[in-house]
Design a protein around this ligand. Structure first.
Ligand SMILES: C[S@@+](CC[C@H](N)C(=O)[O-])C[C@H]1O[C@@H](n2cnc3c(N)ncnc32)[C@H](O)[C@@H]1O
Length: 281
């Protein structure tokens, strides 16, 4: 059932609704800055597109995973694929030493501009790059295909890479390219932690029983999605397809896969399924 105000807003032109929304959010941001609730490293509300939960505490929790599970060291070179508004970069500002390096890229121009202003201006060893890549959910006017994108890093230069809640918004050809780029840019000793929605036998069963957060009922051939009109809202891959993509890229998966709670399974680390990959040779 629609509330009367929803009906009212639906009849207004989209740009006007966006203007009203952004103005309202800007006022709330201003209030938070004045009352000290938001600091210089709090992204504006209009950039809150990264999912639920507490921005700061999730960043801290993931840094812990990167250190304990991914073996991240203070002096390493890190690549954050789809860095958004720096949820992972901000806790790393304290962790990485001056000889450590952070590189992040994203397809949201506003998010990258904010990261450059708020983070890179305070930390010369942190760099952010904007990629004008098409994604129906996050950058519908993008001009470049992720399936052709080259990461902003030299060959064999990255110790530790990660993509949190990014490959879960990408289609197969795009994920294949990003895995191949990981193989190109990781050092021989490098490793990457990447989150996926994986449909193995157990997750398929839980989805069928209605215990999962997402149903992934639409099989598009190259991926499964919850929304055939905007598949990038959430994409999943079968375990066989994931294994095939990883092998094709010249990578291997460290076992066990750390399955998440999205499917109704007991979480081994996060809500999404986390895969650690290495170069095969
Ligand atoms: C749910 S947000 C997660 C952001 C960040 N990784 C985090 O955990 O806070 C998904 C992010 O992926 C980015 N994204 C989507 N497709 C991408 C692509 N092909 N390459 C890089 N980033 C992408 C979006 O712009 C968005 O910032």
């Amino acid at each position: 059932m629609y509330h009367r105000y929803e009906f009212f807003f639906q009849r207004l032109p989209r740009p006007f609704v966006r203007f009203l929304r952004d103005s309202y959010l800007a006022l709330l941001d201003l209030r938070d800055r004045v009352t000290g609730k938001a600091g210089a490293l709090t992204p504006p509300r209009s950039l809150h597109f990264i999912g639920g939960g507490d921005f700061e505490s999730i960043g801290e929790v993931f840094l812990g995973h990167f250190i304990k599970v991914g073996g991240l060291k203070e002096n390493e070179t890190v690549l954050d694929i789809g860095c958004g508004t720096g949820r992972m970069a901000i806790p790393m500002m304290k962790y990485l030493s001056d000889s450590g390096r952070y590189r992040g890229f994203d397809i949201s121009k506003k998010a990258i501009a904010w990261c450059q202003r708020a983070i890179a201006s305070r930390k010369p060893n942190f760099k952010f790059y904007y990629a004008n890549i098409y994604n129906k959910e996050y950058n519908p006017r993008g001009k470049v295909s992720a399936a052709e994108y080259r990461f902003p890093c030299d060959d064999n230069s990255v110790d530790f890479a990660f993509a949190t809640s990014v490959f879960t918004h990408m289609r197969r050809g795009e994920v294949e390219r990003y895995l191949a780029e990981l193989n190109r840019t990781l050092k021989p000793s490098g490793r990457a932690m990447v989150s996926f929605f994986i449909l193995d036998e157990e997750n398929r069963r839980l989805v069928k029983e209605g215990r999962a957060v997402y149903d992934f009922v639409h099989d598009l051939g190259d991926c499964l999605t919850v929304d055939p009109h905007t598949p990038e809202r959430a994409t999943a891959f079968t375990l066989d397809d994931l294994n095939a993509m990883v092998a094709k890229a010249g990578l291997k998966i460290e076992q066990p896969i750390l399955y998440g709670s999205w499917s109704g399974r007991k979480s081994m680390l996060d809500a999404q399924d986390i895969v650690i990959v290495y170069r095969r040779s």
